[in-house]
Design a protein around this ligand. Structure first.
Ligand code: FRU
Length: 508
């Protein structure tokens, strides 16, 4: 493509922040490149960081190594969006420095200028992140992770590191990282939730610069097979009451091996977090949703984003220009479910995704036999699409998305064990790691008799949202050709009340 044509086709477009040259769309068309999900234009990413909504812009910072497609010296990459769907990559926000790599953290809007970073009435956005000193780690020290600040006086565009970093020194805990900060209104103070090895530790501060330890949570609660990482504490409402949600990622020790994110629902009084119940709950039971946190400053609406990979094989998946992507942004809600009416988190793709919808195929009263081929009916030529199923009863059933090479992603429900599953054993390229080609299970949480299922396919990822988002499973896969064939099967007489198939347009 000539330069002139590139410019005409949108190569140079106005950014809400600055003029950024965008590459031709071809750069986002490589094999396996997600067409609905954010992935970095080039090179490596892991955790989402610093999710904040400010002045109509959603910011997504991300763990990034711009030098290679494997994990390395961490930077904060940066992307922005006005609708959570269309992303524009921005210049790198934070580079490693003499204190270390820039590990995960958050961004808060310091409207009252408690930090004093604001100047001339400009509201500072403040990033609170972990500095990880690789030299200290190599020496075998324990105190090589500590918390630091950077601030932006141009609405998140450029960042200045605080001269007196770090602001929270390490007390001798090898895993001391991933600060997540919120304004605790009743106490007029900031509260930091920090992952501290096998628990979280809460700190508070009036100015984001000096921090006091408040309490610890979790040593004897939740899953503990691996280290705790990337916590996020926030209030949510249900039936007029406030409940506090605490997300904690753990690696390894997820329900299907490797990395996963558990959550607790309880109360927080500004000092301590309390929770009852001992059942471990996961925000996503699939293998590929890790280190997820929610956007700050979105009011009562809570929007979650995870990293769509797993530390077991994140460095080995067969992409070449970039490696790894984020999940779809998901709206979280508290719901009562299960036999006992307990409170759970549900997650569903944000409604903004509907902006990508092309004309749906809707079928009513679809009879399903042992192998019903729906491929011709849906004319599945799209590589990204949404499938929803509603039925008045829930049976043992499976769905396969396949290609002419015999490669497939399967999912389904097993009635006897009351479990959902995703099976990627035959999904294409799987031999880069022996843990990859597997079947993954999740308990069905809902006690309803009906079926409500949404699946979002995007070139190389499948996200399953069952029972209104009560059970979620995410899995990536790498087929040699798009999975455009659709089969549904069951061994009992069954009818799907409504099936809809909606092709989704690329965001790039
Ligand atoms: C989670 C994590 C964080 C850390 C970051 C480093 O995936 O291990 O705990 O800050 O990744 O890239």
């Amino acid at each position: 493509m000539t330069l002139a044509r590139w410019i005409l086709t949108g190569g140079l477009m106005f950014s809400p922040l600055i003029f950024v040259a965008q590459p031709p769309a071809a750069a986002y068309r490589e094999p396996f490149r997600p067409q609905l999900h954010f992935s970095p234009r080039e090179k490596w990413t892991n955790d989402p960081n610093g999710l904040v909504y400010y002045k109509g812009v959603y910011h997504l910072f991300f763990q990034h190594y711009p030098g290679d497609i494997i994990w390395g010296p961490m930077h904060w990459g940066h992307a922005t969006s006005k609708d959570l769907i269309h992303w524009r990559q921005q210049p790198i926000a934070l580079y490693p420095d003499s204190l270390g790599y820039i590990f995960s953290g958050c961004v808060v809007v310091d409207s009252a200028n408690t930090s004093g970073f604001g100047q001339k009435g400009k509201v500072p956005l403040v990033a609170i992140f972990t500095h990880h000193d690789p030299a200290g780690e190599k020496k075998g020290n324990k105190d090589y992770q500590y918390q630091s600040l950077a601030y932006s006086l141009d609405d998140g565009n450029t960042w200045i590191k605080y001269r007196q970093n770090p602001v929270l020194k390490n007390p001798g805990i090898a895993d001391f990282r991933d600060p997540n900060v919120m304004w605790y209104k009743p106490g007029k103070k900031w509260v930091m939730t920090l992952a501290t090895k096998d628990r979280v530790t809460f700190y508070s501060s009036r100015d984001l610069k000096s921090w006091t330890k408040e309490s610890e949570f979790g040593k004897d609660q939740g899953a503990h097979e691996g280290v705790w990482e990337c916590p996020n504490l926030f209030p949510m409402q249900l039936d007029g009451a406030t409940h506090w949600v605490l997300l904690v990622s753990i690696n390894p020790g997820g329900p299907n091996g490797g990395s996963a994110t558990q959550y607790f629902i309880g109360q927080f009084d500004g000092k301590n977090f309390y929770t009852g119940g001992s059942t471990i709950r996961w925000i996503d039971y699939g293998p590929d949703d890790y280190a997820g946190i929610t956007w700050n400053n979105t009011g009562k609406r809570k929007i979650f984003l995870g990293w769509m990979s797993n530390w077991i094989y994140a460095n080995q998946v067969p992409t070449t220009a970039w490696r790894n992507a984020m999940t779809l942004p998901r709206q979280l809600r508290l719901v009562r479910a299960g036999g006992g009416g307990e409170i759970y988190l549900s997650s569903l793709p944000v409604q903004e995704l509907n902006s990508q919808a092309a004309k749906p195929v809707i079928m009513n009263g679809v009879p399903i036999d042992s192998l019903t081929d729906l491929s011709d009916k849906i004319h599945a030529s799209a590589t990204q699409y949404k499938l929803t199923l509603h039925a008045d009863s829930i049976k043992d059933f499976f769905i396969t998305f396949s290609n002419p090479h015999g490669q497939q992603m399967a999912l389904g429900y097993e009635k006897a064990s009351n479990r959902w599953y995703i099976d990627r054993a035959l999904s294409g390229k799987t031999d880069f790691n022996q843990e990859f080609p597997k079947k993954f299970f999740s308990p069905r949480i809902a006690a309803t008799k009906t079926l409500d299922l949404t699946v979002v396919m995007d070139v190389s990822s499948l996200e399953l949202f069952a029972d209104g988002g009560l059970t979620v499973m995410t899995a990536v896969f790498f087929p040699d050709a798009p999975l455009t064939r659709l089969h549904i099967g069951t061994n009992e007489p069954w009818k799907i009340r409504q099936l809809s198939y909606t092709p989704l347009r690329s965001i790039w």
